[in-house]
Design a protein around this ligand. Sequence first.
Ligand SMILES: [Zn+2]
Ligand SMILES: [Zn+2]
Length: 343
Amino acid sequence: MYILSEKKWKKIALVNLLAWPSRLFWELTDKSIKKYISNWKKILFITNRKWFSSSNICKDCGHIPRCEHCSIPIAKYKNKEQFIHMCPICKRIYENTWVCQKCWWTNIIESWIWTYKLQEILQEKYNIKSFIIENTDINSKNKILKTQKEIQNKQFIISTNIFSQYSKNFIPDLIIFFNADTWLSIPDFNVWEKHFLFLYEFIKKYPTSNFIIQTYDIEHYVYKYILQLDLDWFWKKELEYRKQFNYPPFSEIVVLKYKNEIEESLYRKMSKLESELKYLIEKENIDIEIYQTPQLVYKKFWKYNYNIIIKWKDIKPFFDQAIKRLRIKEKWFQIDWLPNNLI
Ligand SMILES: [Zn+2]
Ligand SMILES: [Zn+2]
């Protein structure tokens, strides 16, 4: 199933991946690619290379190889002409990742379309040579200039969201967002806003291009308003959602971050500060929301990471007092005022 935008002057197609699981090159995507190739048109493939949505998995037992020092899956990178398996956080390199460390079968498969995987598939399936814009291509001014030049004459480009750096140098006729929303399962209050604005700005930037967006959540309001290109209505809906859960701008947030190598010490420290804060809140007789939660990546460089989240409409006066009375700064807590994310 797919839905076409109602705006006649622009074609945006939503592809429902739930209806065709595991077939990323389903009919519409496949047909479009073939059509654009045969007409010498330019295609931009946008894929998500965020480490938390990419991993290998054992086909026999379901085991996902993870870094020993950090609680995230080992990822695959291309280093010069070779592929290496490396932890995206501590950069430790792993050998033998094709052997499952749990059942010792050699049936590890890549469960995610990465830029290089996509390039391979495009070559095999359509016999086209595509150009990948690397994350490292935005590291220096020289690299940016070189890539800007290089992509001008290309027909097929694969990129992640770093493409915005190069948006003037390559005007695609078709833009395909592969698995557009996989990373939206991150438990944060503003992921939908970020996702909407990312798509919206892209679509606005290319008035002559057509778009295919693959999603698992075709009914979501993000896509409803993307098809209508309606920023105002998106905000209305987004604010309703934030109000319901008391997220900013309806509240202010402070995050207290703490890490420790020993889990028990971590829990003890967190619980102690949480109950001290709760005691202060009770005394003040205000209904401040407070809770503990592990960080999205619980273990980094051998250390466990936890947050205390405090939410209220006017948090500063209370928290200034709490910092002094509980001597929070001396207890090795990192204080994050009005953060952009809660993970
Ligand atoms: Zn296994
Ligand atoms: Zn690691």
